[in-house]
Design a protein around this ligand. Structure first.
Ligand SMILES: CC(C)(COP(=O)(O)OP(=O)(O)OC[C@H]1O[C@@H](n2cnc3c(N)ncnc32)[C@H](O)[C@@H]1OP(=O)(O)O)[C@@H](O)C(=O)NCCC(=O)NCCS
Length: 399
């Protein structure tokens, strides 16, 4: 166990030197196809992007209370503060805006592992994320709760979310008190995928007849997300009204969706960032309609589109992972067909769609796509509202 009593430790917002130290520590584990230097450069570049700037991204360190700025801190993680949406069954037409947080880069250096630091950091994190009114009494044995500077806009989250690469128990066991089992609940970690095998080849014959569509640049994709956000909010309200359960989701605007594109950057020899693709989405065009705005203008029209990122740092294969899919059972087959067409053109070996609704999974299955539980990137949430976690539904649980 920890050589220091838990009450001697607390969670602190990292100083700039601690942020760099934290990134240096996890670079060797997560740099993949980037060099360590490029990994650090990518983070530095991305700090200035919309999803992170204005203190939306903060690094936190578990450190001794007597020496909170030490570079010899125990472990660290990142919080992304985001605008999200939730709808209660009583909400009439649309969802309301809430604050919610994403957690990333949970890391303890090898020599400090298995001393309980990681668990304690995650347990204290709830006290940084959630309003005090949503939490039980702070455990006496832990000393006093973390100090959270008001300027960070934290202690206000309706929920928080993370993607676990270490199974579901570690985060589930990390609740806001010493009681095990009140932490993040694994939920909806499914993917519907197609591999670059014969299934891809079969579809080429139908290339000339693919449904009318336009490819979306990064700029177009952001525009499409801004148009889709009101539809997503309305969908949340519809879900809540029809099921009697509270529905919640992150939203792809305000740089959130774009950040997943930017993370796929690599670097030219002069260290200029280079993205692996030019196109990041596709929108199907109903007959007689020509532009993106027209597709969204008529509320009675089914909008069908997909946006994506490339897991290009995966050295074994190029994997396209969708970040947002909107389709009906009727329009999904045409969308899948253009996705496959794109994958073939870009030498992509696998397409993954995360969190596809059940009816659409069945439709995709008819075209050879397979749905399975993910073994990595397990999505998990912690709900800080008055509802129990059995009374809430996470919608649009996509990448
Ligand atoms: C996961 C990690 C943060 C845990 O930190 P820690 O300070 O050692 O955590 P604790 O001492 O509180 O708990 C250790 C427990 O973590 C869990 N754990 C650690 N690595 C794990 C893994 N790869 N798979 C499943 N559980 C794991 C185990 O339950 C372990 O318990 P054990 O001692 O019975 O084996 C640390 O191992 C780490 O940084 N790993 C590399 C980076 C990483 O995978 N981060 C998580 C990304 S989602």
């Amino acid at each position: 166990m920890a050589s220091l009593p838990l009450s001697d430790l607390s969670l602190f917002p990292a100083t700039p030197d601690q942020v760099l130290e934290s990134r240096r520590r996890h670079a060797p584990t997560w740099h993949k196809a980037l060099s360590v230097e490029e990994y650090l450069l990518r983070d530095e570049i991305m700090d200035k992007y919309e999803h992170a700037r204005d203190k939306k991204l903060t690094t936190w360190v578990l450190a001794p209370r007597v020496d909170p700025t030490t570079l010899n801190f125990m472990c660290s993680c990142e919080i992304f503060r985001r605008t999200a949406a939730m709808a209660s069954p009583s909400d009439q037409s649309t969802a309301k805006q809430v604050i919610a947080c994403g957690i990333a880069s949970v890391f303890t250096p090898a020599e400090k592992r298995k001393k309980g630091y990681g668990h304690h950091m995650m347990r204290l994190l709830h006290w940084v994320l959630a309003p005090r009114s949503a939490l039980p009494d702070f455990p006496e044995a832990w000393g006093s709760p973390p100090d959270v500077p008001a300027a960070l806009g934290l202690q206000s989250a309706q929920f928080s979310v993370l993607y676990s690469d270490i199974g579901k128990n570690f985060y589930r066991y990390s609740g806001p008190t010493a009681d095990q089992g009140n932490g993040w609940l694994e939920n909806g970690s499914i993917e519907t995928s197609l591999h670059a095998d014969k299934a891809f080849a079969d579809t080429t014959s139908s290339d000339p007849t693919t449904a009318p569509h336009i490819w979306l640049s990064e700029h177009d994709v952001k525009h499409v997300w801004s148009l889709d956000t009101p539809l997503m909010r309305a969908d949340l309200a519809k879900e809540a009204a029809s099921t009697g359960r509270t529905a919640f989701s992150f939203l792809p605007n305000i740089g959130v969706g774009a950040s997943v594109i930017h993370r796929s950057m690599s670097f030219a020899s002069d260290k200029t960032p280079v993205l692996p693709l030019d196109m990041w989405g596709v929108l199907l065009l109903p007959n007689s309609v020509i532009g993106v705005d027209e597709v969204f203008a008529d509320p009675s029209r089914q909008v069908t589109y997909a946006t994506w990122t490339l897991d290009s740092l995966n050295e074994a294969q190029r994997v396209l992972v969708t970040t947002r899919v909107r389709a009906s059972q009727g329009t999904l087959p045409a969308l899948l067909e253009v996705l496959v067409k794109f994958a073939r053109k870009e030498n992509i070996q696998k397409i993954e769609i995360w969190g596809l609704p059940e009816t659409l999974r069945i439709t995709a299955g008819e075209f050879g796509w397979e749905t399975s539980n993910r073994t990595d990137h397990l999505s998990a949430f912690k709900w800080y509202g008055k509802e129990s976690e059995d009374e809430v539904t996470w919608l649009f649980n996509e990448k």
